[in-house]
Write a protein that binds this ligand. Structure first.
Ligand SMILES: *Cc1c(COP(=O)(O)O)cnc(C)c1O
Length: 499
Protein backbone atom coordinates (compact mmCIF):
# COMPACT_ATOMS: atom_id res chain seq x y z
CA UNK A 1 0.00 0.00 0.00
CA UNK A 2 1.25 3.45 -0.89
CA UNK A 3 1.67 5.89 1.97
CA UNK A 4 -0.73 8.81 1.54
CA UNK A 5 -0.17 12.41 2.49
CA UNK A 6 -3.03 14.45 3.95
CA UNK A 7 -3.46 18.20 4.22
CA UNK A 8 -3.19 19.54 7.77
CA UNK A 9 -6.19 21.77 7.03
CA UNK A 10 -8.39 19.26 5.26
CA UNK A 11 -7.79 15.62 6.04
CA UNK A 12 -9.90 14.60 3.04
CA UNK A 13 -7.36 16.09 0.65
CA UNK A 14 -4.92 13.23 0.18
CA UNK A 15 -2.21 12.68 -2.39
CA UNK A 16 0.71 10.37 -3.09
CA UNK A 17 4.26 11.24 -2.03
CA UNK A 18 5.24 12.33 -5.53
CA UNK A 19 2.15 14.52 -5.82
CA UNK A 20 2.87 16.08 -2.42
CA UNK A 21 6.41 16.90 -3.56
CA UNK A 22 5.09 18.41 -6.80
CA UNK A 23 2.45 20.55 -5.13
CA UNK A 24 4.55 21.70 -2.18
CA UNK A 25 1.55 23.20 -0.42
CA UNK A 26 -1.94 21.68 -0.17
CA UNK A 27 -5.01 23.57 -1.39
CA UNK A 28 -6.10 26.24 1.05
CA UNK A 29 -2.62 26.60 2.50
CA UNK A 30 -2.38 23.31 4.41
CA UNK A 31 0.80 21.26 4.64
CA UNK A 32 1.03 17.65 3.58
CA UNK A 33 1.75 15.15 6.34
CA UNK A 34 2.17 11.39 6.08
CA UNK A 35 -1.05 9.67 7.21
CA UNK A 36 1.16 7.41 9.30
CA UNK A 37 4.81 7.41 10.29
CA UNK A 38 6.47 4.23 9.06
CA UNK A 39 8.60 2.19 11.47
CA UNK A 40 12.33 1.95 10.89
CA UNK A 41 12.15 -1.86 11.29
CA UNK A 42 15.89 -2.51 10.88
CA UNK A 43 18.15 -3.17 13.81
CA UNK A 44 21.12 -1.07 14.72
CA UNK A 45 23.66 -3.71 13.79
CA UNK A 46 22.29 -3.61 10.24
CA UNK A 47 22.03 0.16 10.15
CA UNK A 48 25.57 0.59 11.48
CA UNK A 49 26.86 -1.09 8.32
CA UNK A 50 25.18 1.31 5.93
CA UNK A 51 26.86 4.34 4.39
CA UNK A 52 25.01 7.63 4.04
CA UNK A 53 23.45 6.82 0.66
CA UNK A 54 22.27 3.40 1.84
CA UNK A 55 20.81 4.89 5.00
CA UNK A 56 19.06 7.48 2.85
CA UNK A 57 17.46 4.71 0.82
CA UNK A 58 16.46 2.75 3.93
CA UNK A 59 14.69 5.78 5.41
CA UNK A 60 13.32 7.55 2.35
CA UNK A 61 11.90 4.46 0.68
CA UNK A 62 9.57 4.10 3.69
CA UNK A 63 8.11 7.55 3.05
CA UNK A 64 8.26 7.96 -0.72
CA UNK A 65 6.50 4.71 -1.49
CA UNK A 66 5.37 5.58 -5.01
CA UNK A 67 8.96 6.04 -6.19
CA UNK A 68 10.54 2.90 -7.64
CA UNK A 69 13.75 1.60 -6.10
CA UNK A 70 15.63 2.62 -9.24
CA UNK A 71 14.17 6.15 -9.22
CA UNK A 72 14.93 6.77 -5.58
CA UNK A 73 18.44 5.34 -5.73
CA UNK A 74 19.18 7.47 -8.76
CA UNK A 75 17.99 10.61 -6.92
CA UNK A 76 20.12 9.70 -3.91
CA UNK A 77 23.29 9.04 -5.85
CA UNK A 78 22.91 12.26 -7.87
CA UNK A 79 22.49 14.25 -4.66
CA UNK A 80 25.03 12.85 -2.22
CA UNK A 81 28.18 12.76 -4.34
CA UNK A 82 31.37 14.80 -4.67
CA UNK A 83 29.38 18.00 -4.13
CA UNK A 84 30.00 17.16 -0.48
CA UNK A 85 33.54 17.63 0.73
CA UNK A 86 33.54 14.45 2.81
CA UNK A 87 32.56 10.87 1.99
CA UNK A 88 30.68 10.62 5.27
CA UNK A 89 28.36 13.44 4.05
CA UNK A 90 27.38 14.24 7.66
CA UNK A 91 30.35 13.62 10.00
CA UNK A 92 30.18 13.87 13.79
CA UNK A 93 32.71 15.90 15.77
CA UNK A 94 32.98 15.47 19.52
CA UNK A 95 33.98 18.63 21.41
CA UNK A 96 33.74 19.16 25.16
CA UNK A 97 31.68 15.98 25.58
CA UNK A 98 29.01 17.00 23.09
CA UNK A 99 28.48 15.47 19.66
CA UNK A 100 28.23 17.96 16.82
CA UNK A 101 26.54 16.54 13.74
CA UNK A 102 28.12 18.61 10.98
CA UNK A 103 25.46 19.16 8.35
CA UNK A 104 27.43 21.77 6.43
CA UNK A 105 29.70 19.82 4.13
CA UNK A 106 27.59 20.40 1.01
CA UNK A 107 27.99 22.92 -1.82
CA UNK A 108 26.71 25.98 0.09
CA UNK A 109 28.11 25.02 3.52
CA UNK A 110 24.79 25.09 5.38
CA UNK A 111 22.49 22.24 6.37
CA UNK A 112 19.92 23.19 3.73
CA UNK A 113 22.16 21.34 1.26
CA UNK A 114 21.25 18.07 2.95
CA UNK A 115 17.74 18.32 1.50
CA UNK A 116 18.12 20.75 -1.38
CA UNK A 117 20.72 18.71 -3.17
CA UNK A 118 18.13 15.95 -3.58
CA UNK A 119 14.91 17.95 -3.93
CA UNK A 120 15.43 18.89 -7.63
CA UNK A 121 15.89 15.22 -8.49
CA UNK A 122 12.84 14.18 -6.48
CA UNK A 123 10.82 16.93 -8.13
CA UNK A 124 11.82 16.12 -11.70
CA UNK A 125 11.14 12.45 -11.05
CA UNK A 126 7.76 13.32 -9.49
CA UNK A 127 6.88 15.47 -12.50
CA UNK A 128 7.71 12.65 -14.91
CA UNK A 129 5.71 10.11 -12.89
CA UNK A 130 2.68 12.38 -12.89
CA UNK A 131 2.91 13.27 -16.59
CA UNK A 132 3.41 16.94 -15.91
CA UNK A 133 4.03 18.91 -19.10
CA UNK A 134 4.34 22.36 -17.55
CA UNK A 135 7.64 23.87 -16.65
CA UNK A 136 8.12 23.88 -12.85
CA UNK A 137 8.67 27.27 -11.25
CA UNK A 138 10.29 27.04 -7.84
CA UNK A 139 9.20 29.97 -5.74
CA UNK A 140 11.15 30.44 -2.54
CA UNK A 141 11.42 32.84 0.35
CA UNK A 142 14.69 32.62 2.21
CA UNK A 143 16.19 33.91 5.41
CA UNK A 144 19.56 33.31 3.77
CA UNK A 145 20.57 29.69 3.49
CA UNK A 146 17.64 28.09 1.68
CA UNK A 147 17.99 30.56 -1.17
CA UNK A 148 21.54 29.71 -2.09
CA UNK A 149 21.13 25.99 -1.51
CA UNK A 150 17.99 25.95 -3.69
CA UNK A 151 19.68 28.04 -6.39
CA UNK A 152 22.66 25.70 -6.40
CA UNK A 153 20.35 22.69 -6.63
CA UNK A 154 18.12 24.00 -9.41
CA UNK A 155 20.47 26.14 -11.54
CA UNK A 156 20.34 24.93 -15.14
CA UNK A 157 18.08 21.98 -14.27
CA UNK A 158 16.01 21.48 -17.42
CA UNK A 159 12.27 22.02 -17.10
CA UNK A 160 12.62 24.27 -14.06
CA UNK A 161 12.94 27.93 -13.17
CA UNK A 162 13.75 29.22 -9.73
CA UNK A 163 12.85 32.57 -8.15
CA UNK A 164 14.27 33.45 -4.73
CA UNK A 165 13.09 36.33 -2.51
CA UNK A 166 15.25 37.38 0.44
CA UNK A 167 15.05 40.23 2.99
CA UNK A 168 17.41 42.84 1.56
CA UNK A 169 18.83 43.83 4.96
CA UNK A 170 18.27 40.58 6.80
CA UNK A 171 21.00 38.23 5.62
CA UNK A 172 24.76 38.09 6.21
CA UNK A 173 27.09 39.75 3.63
CA UNK A 174 28.43 36.36 2.60
CA UNK A 175 24.94 34.90 2.30
CA UNK A 176 23.88 37.80 0.07
CA UNK A 177 27.00 37.57 -2.09
CA UNK A 178 26.46 33.82 -2.50
CA UNK A 179 22.98 34.45 -3.87
CA UNK A 180 23.48 37.51 -6.06
CA UNK A 181 26.41 35.88 -7.89
CA UNK A 182 24.32 32.83 -8.82
CA UNK A 183 24.74 31.73 -12.44
CA UNK A 184 22.08 29.97 -14.52
CA UNK A 185 19.62 31.36 -17.10
CA UNK A 186 16.71 29.89 -15.14
CA UNK A 187 17.51 31.74 -11.89
CA UNK A 188 16.19 35.01 -10.45
CA UNK A 189 17.21 36.49 -7.09
CA UNK A 190 15.27 39.45 -5.65
CA UNK A 191 15.79 41.41 -2.43
CA UNK A 192 12.65 42.69 -0.75
CA UNK A 193 12.32 45.76 1.45
CA UNK A 194 10.92 43.73 4.32
CA UNK A 195 11.73 40.83 6.61
CA UNK A 196 11.67 37.07 6.08
CA UNK A 197 8.10 36.66 7.28
CA UNK A 198 6.90 39.19 4.69
CA UNK A 199 8.83 37.33 2.00
CA UNK A 200 7.33 34.02 3.12
CA UNK A 201 3.80 35.43 3.35
CA UNK A 202 4.15 36.86 -0.17
CA UNK A 203 5.20 33.49 -1.52
CA UNK A 204 2.44 31.63 0.33
CA UNK A 205 -0.11 34.09 -1.04
CA UNK A 206 0.99 33.45 -4.62
CA UNK A 207 0.79 29.71 -4.04
CA UNK A 208 -2.81 29.82 -2.86
CA UNK A 209 -3.97 32.33 -5.50
CA UNK A 210 -6.18 30.31 -7.86
CA UNK A 211 -6.30 33.13 -10.44
CA UNK A 212 -2.53 33.30 -10.62
CA UNK A 213 -2.28 29.51 -10.87
CA UNK A 214 -4.60 29.61 -13.90
CA UNK A 215 -2.61 32.39 -15.56
CA UNK A 216 0.58 30.44 -15.02
CA UNK A 217 -0.90 27.24 -16.37
CA UNK A 218 -2.07 29.04 -19.52
CA UNK A 219 1.53 30.13 -20.04
CA UNK A 220 2.85 26.58 -19.48
CA UNK A 221 4.09 26.93 -15.90
CA UNK A 222 3.24 25.63 -12.46
CA UNK A 223 4.57 26.59 -9.07
CA UNK A 224 6.34 24.33 -6.68
CA UNK A 225 8.12 25.07 -3.45
CA UNK A 226 11.65 24.46 -2.29
CA UNK A 227 10.80 25.79 1.16
CA UNK A 228 10.99 23.47 4.11
CA UNK A 229 7.23 23.02 3.96
CA UNK A 230 7.80 20.67 1.01
CA UNK A 231 7.69 17.06 2.16
CA UNK A 232 10.54 16.45 -0.30
CA UNK A 233 12.75 18.45 2.03
CA UNK A 234 11.50 17.06 5.29
CA UNK A 235 11.99 13.39 4.44
CA UNK A 236 15.68 13.66 3.44
CA UNK A 237 16.31 15.43 6.76
CA UNK A 238 15.17 12.40 8.75
CA UNK A 239 18.04 10.44 7.25
CA UNK A 240 20.94 12.09 9.06
CA UNK A 241 19.47 11.54 12.51
CA UNK A 242 19.26 7.81 11.82
CA UNK A 243 22.73 7.89 10.30
CA UNK A 244 24.19 9.79 13.27
CA UNK A 245 22.69 7.37 15.78
CA UNK A 246 24.12 4.43 13.82
CA UNK A 247 27.58 6.09 13.82
CA UNK A 248 27.49 6.71 17.60
CA UNK A 249 26.46 3.09 18.10
CA UNK A 250 29.12 1.82 15.69
CA UNK A 251 31.80 3.83 17.50
CA UNK A 252 30.73 2.45 20.88
CA UNK A 253 29.71 5.87 22.18
CA UNK A 254 26.23 4.55 22.96
CA UNK A 255 24.80 1.12 23.65
CA UNK A 256 22.12 -0.36 21.43
CA UNK A 257 18.84 1.39 22.13
CA UNK A 258 20.41 3.96 24.46
CA UNK A 259 18.45 7.19 24.31
CA UNK A 260 20.14 10.39 23.19
CA UNK A 261 19.05 14.01 23.25
CA UNK A 262 18.96 15.96 20.04
CA UNK A 263 19.38 19.74 20.05
CA UNK A 264 18.36 21.69 16.97
CA UNK A 265 18.85 25.40 16.25
CA UNK A 266 15.39 26.16 15.01
CA UNK A 267 13.77 28.64 12.66
CA UNK A 268 11.03 27.27 10.45
CA UNK A 269 10.81 24.09 12.56
CA UNK A 270 11.75 21.80 9.65
CA UNK A 271 14.95 20.29 10.97
CA UNK A 272 13.62 19.53 14.42
CA UNK A 273 10.38 18.14 13.00
CA UNK A 274 12.51 15.70 10.98
CA UNK A 275 14.16 14.63 14.26
CA UNK A 276 10.69 14.19 15.78
CA UNK A 277 9.64 12.02 12.83
CA UNK A 278 12.85 10.01 13.31
CA UNK A 279 11.79 9.47 16.91
CA UNK A 280 8.33 8.37 15.78
CA UNK A 281 10.00 5.88 13.44
CA UNK A 282 11.75 4.33 16.43
CA UNK A 283 14.98 6.27 16.84
CA UNK A 284 15.80 6.26 20.60
CA UNK A 285 15.56 9.98 21.33
CA UNK A 286 14.93 11.21 24.87
CA UNK A 287 14.39 14.96 24.50
CA UNK A 288 14.22 17.16 21.45
CA UNK A 289 15.75 20.48 22.45
CA UNK A 290 14.29 23.29 20.38
CA UNK A 291 16.77 26.17 20.41
CA UNK A 292 15.74 29.70 19.45
CA UNK A 293 17.62 32.96 19.24
CA UNK A 294 16.13 36.21 20.58
CA UNK A 295 13.14 35.68 18.28
CA UNK A 296 11.93 33.25 20.92
CA UNK A 297 8.34 32.63 19.79
CA UNK A 298 8.85 28.88 20.04
CA UNK A 299 10.31 29.03 23.54
CA UNK A 300 7.30 31.05 24.66
CA UNK A 301 5.01 28.59 22.91
CA UNK A 302 6.48 25.52 24.57
CA UNK A 303 6.38 27.28 27.96
CA UNK A 304 2.90 28.76 27.80
CA UNK A 305 0.96 27.03 25.03
CA UNK A 306 0.43 30.42 23.38
CA UNK A 307 1.90 30.98 19.95
CA UNK A 308 2.13 34.73 19.51
CA UNK A 309 3.97 36.36 16.67
CA UNK A 310 2.91 39.89 17.70
CA UNK A 311 6.30 41.20 18.74
CA UNK A 312 9.29 43.00 17.31
CA UNK A 313 11.29 41.12 14.73
CA UNK A 314 14.91 41.05 15.93
CA UNK A 315 17.84 40.86 13.53
CA UNK A 316 20.42 38.56 15.12
CA UNK A 317 23.74 36.97 14.23
CA UNK A 318 21.85 33.75 13.43
CA UNK A 319 19.70 35.17 10.61
CA UNK A 320 18.45 31.79 9.37
CA UNK A 321 16.54 31.58 12.65
CA UNK A 322 15.12 35.10 12.54
CA UNK A 323 11.59 33.88 12.05
CA UNK A 324 8.34 34.62 13.83
CA UNK A 325 6.13 32.20 11.92
CA UNK A 326 7.63 28.73 12.08
CA UNK A 327 5.68 27.12 9.27
CA UNK A 328 6.47 23.51 10.01
CA UNK A 329 5.14 23.79 13.56
CA UNK A 330 1.72 23.39 11.92
CA UNK A 331 2.55 19.73 11.31
CA UNK A 332 3.19 19.21 15.02
CA UNK A 333 0.06 21.14 16.00
CA UNK A 334 -1.99 18.96 13.66
CA UNK A 335 -0.59 15.87 15.35
CA UNK A 336 -1.08 17.22 18.86
CA UNK A 337 -4.67 18.06 17.90
CA UNK A 338 -5.23 14.34 17.29
CA UNK A 339 -5.00 14.83 13.51
CA UNK A 340 -8.12 16.96 13.63
CA UNK A 341 -7.65 19.10 10.53
CA UNK A 342 -10.62 21.37 11.25
CA UNK A 343 -9.19 22.20 14.66
CA UNK A 344 -5.76 22.83 13.18
CA UNK A 345 -7.27 25.00 10.45
CA UNK A 346 -8.92 27.12 13.18
CA UNK A 347 -5.57 27.68 14.90
CA UNK A 348 -3.97 28.70 11.61
CA UNK A 349 -6.89 30.98 10.85
CA UNK A 350 -6.40 32.85 14.11
CA UNK A 351 -2.66 32.96 13.47
CA UNK A 352 -3.39 34.64 10.14
CA UNK A 353 -5.98 37.08 11.54
CA UNK A 354 -4.74 37.82 15.09
CA UNK A 355 -1.15 36.64 14.86
CA UNK A 356 -1.71 34.14 17.65
CA UNK A 357 -3.45 31.07 18.98
CA UNK A 358 -3.51 29.12 22.22
CA UNK A 359 -3.62 25.37 22.64
CA UNK A 360 -5.41 23.68 25.52
CA UNK A 361 -3.51 21.78 28.20
CA UNK A 362 -4.39 18.32 26.85
CA UNK A 363 -2.69 19.31 23.59
CA UNK A 364 0.25 20.75 25.45
CA UNK A 365 0.76 17.40 27.15
CA UNK A 366 1.35 15.86 23.76
CA UNK A 367 4.40 18.07 23.30
CA UNK A 368 6.44 16.68 26.18
CA UNK A 369 9.01 15.27 23.76
CA UNK A 370 10.16 18.86 23.36
CA UNK A 371 12.16 21.20 25.54
CA UNK A 372 12.32 24.82 24.40
CA UNK A 373 14.75 27.55 25.33
CA UNK A 374 16.68 30.39 23.73
CA UNK A 375 20.06 32.09 23.73
CA UNK A 376 20.63 35.83 23.65
CA UNK A 377 23.15 37.45 21.32
CA UNK A 378 25.58 37.85 24.17
CA UNK A 379 25.24 34.23 25.26
CA UNK A 380 25.73 33.07 21.67
CA UNK A 381 29.02 34.97 21.40
CA UNK A 382 30.15 33.62 24.75
CA UNK A 383 29.46 30.04 23.67
CA UNK A 384 31.56 30.46 20.51
CA UNK A 385 34.40 32.05 22.46
CA UNK A 386 34.36 29.53 25.35
CA UNK A 387 34.26 26.46 23.13
CA UNK A 388 37.10 27.83 21.03
CA UNK A 389 39.20 28.65 24.10
CA UNK A 390 38.56 25.23 25.60
CA UNK A 391 38.83 22.99 22.55
CA UNK A 392 39.87 25.07 19.48
CA UNK A 393 36.65 23.87 17.81
CA UNK A 394 34.84 26.72 16.09
CA UNK A 395 31.08 26.75 15.59
CA UNK A 396 28.84 29.15 13.72
CA UNK A 397 26.27 31.37 15.55
CA UNK A 398 23.29 29.07 14.75
CA UNK A 399 25.07 26.07 16.19
CA UNK A 400 26.15 28.23 19.13
CA UNK A 401 22.52 29.08 19.91
CA UNK A 402 21.88 25.34 20.14
CA UNK A 403 24.95 24.77 22.32
CA UNK A 404 23.86 27.63 24.59
CA UNK A 405 20.38 26.13 24.96
CA UNK A 406 21.89 22.72 25.71
CA UNK A 407 23.89 24.37 28.54
CA UNK A 408 20.68 25.86 29.94
CA UNK A 409 18.95 22.49 29.67
CA UNK A 410 21.71 20.81 31.67
CA UNK A 411 21.49 23.43 34.41
CA UNK A 412 17.70 23.38 34.56
CA UNK A 413 17.14 19.63 34.47
CA UNK A 414 20.42 18.26 35.83
CA UNK A 415 20.31 15.76 32.96
CA UNK A 416 24.02 15.87 32.22
CA UNK A 417 24.53 12.20 31.42
CA UNK A 418 22.33 11.64 28.36
CA UNK A 419 24.60 11.81 25.30
CA UNK A 420 23.58 14.78 23.27
CA UNK A 421 23.75 15.41 19.57
CA UNK A 422 23.74 19.02 18.38
CA UNK A 423 22.71 19.68 14.81
CA UNK A 424 25.52 21.88 13.54
CA UNK A 425 23.80 23.73 10.77
CA UNK A 426 26.36 26.03 9.17
CA UNK A 427 30.06 26.30 8.61
CA UNK A 428 31.66 29.08 10.69
CA UNK A 429 33.01 30.39 7.36
CA UNK A 430 29.49 31.30 6.32
CA UNK A 431 29.20 33.69 9.28
CA UNK A 432 32.82 34.72 9.56
CA UNK A 433 32.10 38.22 10.79
CA UNK A 434 30.03 37.17 13.80
CA UNK A 435 32.34 34.28 14.60
CA UNK A 436 35.45 36.47 14.53
CA UNK A 437 33.65 39.12 16.55
CA UNK A 438 33.24 36.50 19.28
CA UNK A 439 36.80 35.21 19.11
CA UNK A 440 39.03 38.14 18.21
CA UNK A 441 37.48 41.59 18.47
CA UNK A 442 40.66 43.31 17.33
CA UNK A 443 40.73 41.44 14.02
CA UNK A 444 36.98 41.92 13.66
CA UNK A 445 37.37 45.71 13.86
CA UNK A 446 40.27 46.09 11.47
CA UNK A 447 39.70 43.50 8.76
CA UNK A 448 37.54 43.20 5.62
CA UNK A 449 35.19 40.22 5.21
CA UNK A 450 37.65 38.20 3.19
CA UNK A 451 40.61 39.06 5.41
CA UNK A 452 38.53 37.70 8.27
CA UNK A 453 37.88 34.56 6.25
CA UNK A 454 41.62 34.02 5.89
CA UNK A 455 42.18 34.76 9.57
CA UNK A 456 39.48 32.22 10.52
CA UNK A 457 41.23 29.70 8.27
CA UNK A 458 44.44 30.34 10.13
CA UNK A 459 43.14 30.06 13.68
CA UNK A 460 40.90 27.05 12.96
CA UNK A 461 43.52 25.19 10.97
CA UNK A 462 40.80 24.45 8.39
CA UNK A 463 40.96 25.08 4.66
CA UNK A 464 38.68 27.88 3.46
CA UNK A 465 35.69 26.04 1.92
CA UNK A 466 35.20 26.09 -1.84
CA UNK A 467 31.85 27.80 -1.47
CA UNK A 468 33.66 30.86 -0.06
CA UNK A 469 36.58 30.83 -2.51
CA UNK A 470 34.09 30.79 -5.38
CA UNK A 471 32.49 34.09 -4.44
CA UNK A 472 35.64 36.01 -3.57
CA UNK A 473 35.86 37.59 -7.01
CA UNK A 474 32.56 36.52 -8.54
CA UNK A 475 30.52 38.94 -10.62
CA UNK A 476 27.21 40.23 -9.24
CA UNK A 477 24.47 39.03 -11.56
CA UNK A 478 21.29 39.87 -9.64
CA UNK A 479 20.41 43.41 -8.58
CA UNK A 480 16.58 43.45 -8.39
CA UNK A 481 14.95 44.84 -5.30
CA UNK A 482 11.20 45.25 -4.70
CA UNK A 483 8.53 45.99 -2.09
CA UNK A 484 6.69 43.01 -0.56
CA UNK A 485 3.52 44.05 -2.47
CA UNK A 486 5.37 43.87 -5.78
CA UNK A 487 6.43 40.24 -5.57
CA UNK A 488 3.72 38.95 -7.89
CA UNK A 489 4.58 41.53 -10.55
CA UNK A 490 8.27 40.54 -10.40
CA UNK A 491 7.37 36.87 -10.86
CA UNK A 492 5.15 37.60 -13.86
CA UNK A 493 7.80 39.75 -15.46
CA UNK A 494 10.42 37.03 -15.17
CA UNK A 495 8.02 34.50 -16.70
CA UNK A 496 6.90 36.92 -19.39
CA UNK A 497 3.27 36.80 -18.34
CA UNK A 498 1.42 39.95 -19.40
CA UNK A 499 -1.00 41.65 -17.01
C1 LIG B 1 17.57 27.08 8.06
C2 LIG B 1 18.56 27.09 9.12
C3 LIG B 1 18.22 26.85 10.45
C4 LIG B 1 16.79 26.62 10.89
O1 LIG B 1 16.29 25.40 10.41
P1 LIG B 1 14.70 25.17 10.35
O2 LIG B 1 14.55 23.85 9.69
O3 LIG B 1 14.15 26.29 9.53
O4 LIG B 1 14.20 25.20 11.74
C5 LIG B 1 19.22 26.84 11.40
N1 LIG B 1 20.50 27.08 11.05
C6 LIG B 1 20.86 27.33 9.79
C7 LIG B 1 22.28 27.63 9.50
C8 LIG B 1 19.92 27.32 8.77
O5 LIG B 1 20.30 27.57 7.52
Amino acid sequence: MDLRYASTRNKEEQVSASQAILKGLANGGGLFVPTEIPALDMDWDELAKLNYQETAYAVMSKFLTDFTEEELKSCISSAYDEKFDTKEIAPIFCADGTYFLELFHGPTIAFKDMALSILPHLLITAARKNHVKNEIVILTATSGDTGKAALAGFADVKGTKIIVFYPKNGVSPIQEKQMVTQKGENTLVVGIHGNFDQAQSGVKKMFSDAGLTAELSAAGYQFSSANSINIGRLVPQIVYYVYAYARLYEQGVIAKGEKINVTVPTGNFGNILAAFYAKQMGLPIAKLLCASNENKVLYDFFSSGVYDKNRDFILTSSPSMDILISSNLERLIYRAAGEDSAKNADFMKSLASDGKYEIASEMKEKLLDFYGNYATEEETQEVIRDLYTKTKYIIDPHTAVAAGVYDKYKKETSDTSTKTLIASTASPFKFTRSVMNAIDREAYRSMTDFELVDELGKISGLAVPNAIEEIRNAEILHTSVCEPEEMERVVKEFLNIKE
